[in-house]
Structures are given as C-alpha cells and as structure tokens.
Design a protein around this ligand. Structure first.
Ligand SMILES: Cc1cc2nc3c(=O)[nH]c(=O)nc-3n(C[C@H](O)[C@H](O)[C@H](O)COP(=O)(O)OP(=O)(O)OC[C@H]3O[C@@H](n4cnc5c(N)ncnc54)[C@H](O)[C@@H]3O)c2cc1C
Ligand code: SF4
Ligand code: SF4
Ligand code: SF4
Length: 407
C-alpha cells in the first residue's frame, strides 16, 4: 500500500477530521516516530476529491472567528467542584447545564490504560472523569461522527477540547448547529500520548506494580499549588504526590520541550477564538480583583478566565452564571500571563533532539539523566540557593574584571 502524508505531516494535530470525512476511507491515522497522531493517505483509494484539505484545521484562515470583549474572572460557587477541577470549575458548570437538558457532553478522559481519549457522557455520575487537565495529546476517536449523530437526533451537545480539536469538529460538521456548544481551552501545547505511556511504565517499574491513576495539577491542602501531580498503584497501595519537576514527563511539558511541532506554530494561539466560550487559568486575577480574596477563590486562587465569543456562548454562559462568582475583567490582565492568547509557545532548542534522545537511549536512561541535570537540581531549594550565590559571585567577578580592564 502506497501512503502519502496528507500535507506537511509535521503540521498535523491528529484531529481525525479528514479520516472521518473521507468518502473512500482512504485516510488512516498512525503514530509518528515521536508518538503523535498523524494523518496519512492510502493513495490507491484516494479519488482526489479534495475534502480532506478543505476541512483540515491546520490550514485555518486567520480572522475567521470573532474577538470578544466579554471577559470574566470566574469561580464555581461549589467548593467541592472547584477542588476537583483544574481551574475555577467552569467546565462543570457548563456540563451540568447541558446534561440536565438531556444533552451529551464530550471531553477528555484517561481510559483504563491511562490513554487520553475524547469521550461522550450523558450521565452526571460520569462527569468527574472528564474534569481536570490532561497534558497529553488526546485522541478524538470517532467523536466527531458521534457529535453529528447527536445533533441530527436533536440532542444538545457540549464539546470541550483544544482549539485545534474544536476547529476540526466545526470543519467536519461544515454547517452551524443551534444545539452545539463548543468550549476551547487556552492551550500552550501537547506532548505525545506515547511519551506519557512510557512515563507511566517507568513509574510502574519504580513502584513495582501497575500505576492505574495519574492526575495533573492537584490542589494539595487546597492551597495555590497547581503544579503537583498525583499517581497511584492500587495493587500495592502506593501513592506519590510531588511537584512537577519530580516527574521528567511533567517537567518537560512544563518547560515546553515536548510538544507536537504544530503547537509551536499554532494558528489558534490568538485572540480570534474558535470556541463559543474559551476557558483558561487566571490565578493572578487575585492581584486585580481584591474581592475575589473574600470569595471561595481566596483560599485556593483557583480562578478561571472565561471569554464569551459567540451568541451560542452567551446563551450558555447566561444560563449558568448563577452558579458562579463572576467579575468582569480586562483582556490585558488575562494576557499578562496567558501569552498563548497572543502567540504560540516559543520552541526551545531542547526540542530539537528531545524525542530522538529518548528513542535512542530509552526512557529509563533518559529519566536518570534528567535527575542529574541542572534543570532538576535547580528546583531543590538548597541547591537552588547555592546556584543563586554562585551566579551572584560570577556576576561580581565579571564586573570587577571589567573595571580592572578599564583601569
Ligand atoms: C493541553 C492543555 C494545555 C493548556 N494550556 C493552558 C494555558 O496555557 N493557559 C491556560 O490558561 N489554560 C490552559 N489549559 C486549560 C486549563 O488547564 C484548564 O483546563 C481550564 O482552565 C479549564 O479548567 P476548569 O476548572 O474550568 O475545568 P476542568 O474541570 O479542569 O476541565 C478541563 C476540561 O478540559 C478537557 N481536557 C482536559 N485535557 C484535555 C486534553 N488533553 N485535550 C482536550 N481536552 C482536554 C476536559 O475534558 C475538561 O472538559 C490547558 C489545558 C490543556 C488540556
Ligand atoms: S482527497 Fe478525498 S478521497 Fe482522497 S483522501 Fe482526501 S477526502 Fe479522501
Ligand atoms: S484534518 Fe486533522 S488529522 Fe487530518 S491532516 Fe488535518 S490536522 Fe491532521
Ligand atoms: S497548541 Fe495549538 S496545535 Fe497544539 S494542541 Fe494546542 S491548539 Fe492544538
């Protein structure tokens, strides 16, 4: 079977819109050598109808979506919801409303094998599996086709995903549906699911039993400490809860080293939003809205920013606003630290050989190397103190040297 990449394969986000729309089933999705989902064409089946290129979100025309001025800092009023969410619990508020109307909600869950997949629920009891950020490329599976079936059956649909996934869905559907609500996340990029799988295997070997739970961004003790992870091996009752830099996978994500190449040129890292509503983190809102300190967010700094981008978004937002503590806010304040609303993530030099190195020496050796690296050591308080003193002495020495040269 001859196979061609659908376009420049590097700039494919693996959304599967082309696979789902191809009338000849000529497109198949496979892992590239870094473990990212990528589209390929079986040219022996292709009839050159051009549909796949027409709907590919990697080829988005700029300015085809609105820029909103309706921007809020918000926190869910129920403490229990905020504790189980990554930011202020916005997703749960919107999902609750749609589920109460007997609609379906799609979001990302880690399945039984801890593989990130887009998943459909219609029961509130299942909501928790979709909550919280999974910092991995999630597989949309056949959800775009499922959404279409739901919409044609008159069921209201809420779909939450990265902006490229939302763009893929909208392009796949080709026409607007009144019952469809799309929420896009402010997104700085995704590592591959294959890398995450290797990380889980590595932890399982360390814990001498299969890790069956991993969660990013806990709120331990309900204080502002987003960058913790939690994992568990229930077979031997072992649990680990530590800051991100104790997990080489999370550290690489946190420092932008492991993203899909398309993420560094992401066409959706801008103010023209593809979702009806955009949600993201806004923990620093506390600096601008002192009132928030008094509300429940004051305890956790778990605050969301919400951008209401369309009429459908406004309809949805208005119906849930009673369940939220809400404050009108300014775009400049949100973009202060949410730079991905303005531009894609900067591609660090470490990205060049990141996956190659792991493929070459294996995850275990790579992880061992990481734990001896400056990147890890600098995070240990005592070592970081020594590094700071060393740097200060170096600066003093350089200044004295310059002065000496001038004399
Ligand atoms: C890969 C990624 C990168 C992000 N980068 C930023 C950023 O740079 N700045 C920022 O402000 N916010 C970012 N976020 C969003 C932020 O982490 C929160 O998800 C968001 O604020 C929603 O929080 P919440 O409390 O409203 O809902 P939560 O209850 O935390 O719900 C999160 C929602 O995101 C969905 N989701 C989780 N993981 C994925 C995934 N891998 N792919 C698709 N959908 C997923 C879940 O299904 C759920 O609907 C990112 C999220 C992800 C997944
Ligand atoms: S051009 Fe048409 S037939 Fe060929 S792969 Fe694309 S969608 Fe399928
Ligand atoms: S439609 Fe999606 S999966 Fe297909 S080539 Fe474009 S980005 Fe890749
Ligand atoms: S950064 Fe852009 S391309 Fe990468 S996952 Fe996010 S929305 Fe998709």
């Amino acid at each position: 079977m001859e196979s061609n990449s659908i376009k420049d394969n590097l700039f494919c986000c693996g959304c599967r819109a082309c696979e789902q729309i191809c009338p000849k089933h000529a497109i198949y999705i496979s892992n590239d050598n870094e473990g990212f989902l990528k589209a390929n064409i079986d040219t022996s089946q292709c009839i050159n109808c051009g549909l796949c290129r027409q709907i590919c979100p990697a080829e988005l025309k700029k300015n085809s979506f609105p820029v909103t001025s309706k921007i809020f800092a918000a926190v869910h009023k129920q403490d229990a919801v905020v504790r189980r969410s990554s930011s202020g619990g916005m997703f749960s508020a919107f999902a609750d409303y749609v589920l109460k109307r007997r609609g379906s909600v799609y979001g990302c869950r880690l399945n039984e094998d801890l593989k990130p997949v887009q998943y459909r629920i219609e029961d509130k009891d299942e909501l928790d599996v979709l909550r919280r950020s999974k910092y991995i490329q999630s597989d949309t599976q056949h959800t775009y086709s499922q959404v279409k079936q739901d919409l044609l059956a008159g069921i209201a649909v809420l779909y939450v995903g990265t902006p490229c996934q939302i763009a893929g869905l909208r392009n796949f559907l080709m026409e607007p549906y009144e019952n469809l609500y799309c929420i896009d996340l402010i997104c700085h990029g995704v590592p591959s699911a294959q890398l995450f799988k290797q990380a889980i295997e590595w932890w399982s070997a360390k814990l001498k039993g299969p890790v069956d739970k991993y969660e990013f961004r806990l709120k331990p003790g309900y204080y502002y400490n987003y960058y913790y992870f939690f994992l568990e091996c229930s077979k031997n009752k072992k649990k680990i809860q530590k800051p991100y830099f104790y997990d080489p996978y999370y550290e690489a994500f946190y420092n932008f080293k492991s993203y899909n190449e398309m993420c560094y040129k992401c066409p959706y890292a801008c103010l023209e939003r593809v979702g009806d509503i955009t949600v993201g983190d806004y923990s620093w809102a506390i600096e601008h809205h002192s009132d928030l300190c008094k509300a429940n967010a004051g305890k956790s700094h778990a605050i969301s920013c919400v951008l209401v981008n369309s009429e459908a978004g406004e309809r949805l937002f208005n119906t849930v606003s009673d369940s939220l503590d809400l404050y009108k806010t300014k775009l400049d304040w949100v973009t202060e630290r949410n730079k991905n609303l303005l531009r894609p993530t900067h591609r660090p030099q470490e990205r060049d050989n990141f996956y190659n190195d792991i493929n070459k020496i294996g995850y275990k050796k790579w992880a061992r190397k990481y734990f001896h690296s400056e990147a890890f050591l600098k995070n240990i308080p005592v070592v970081s103190y020594v590094f700071r003193i060393k740097n200060k002495l170096k600066r003093i020495k350089n200044t004295l040297k310059k002065k000496g040269n001038r004399l």
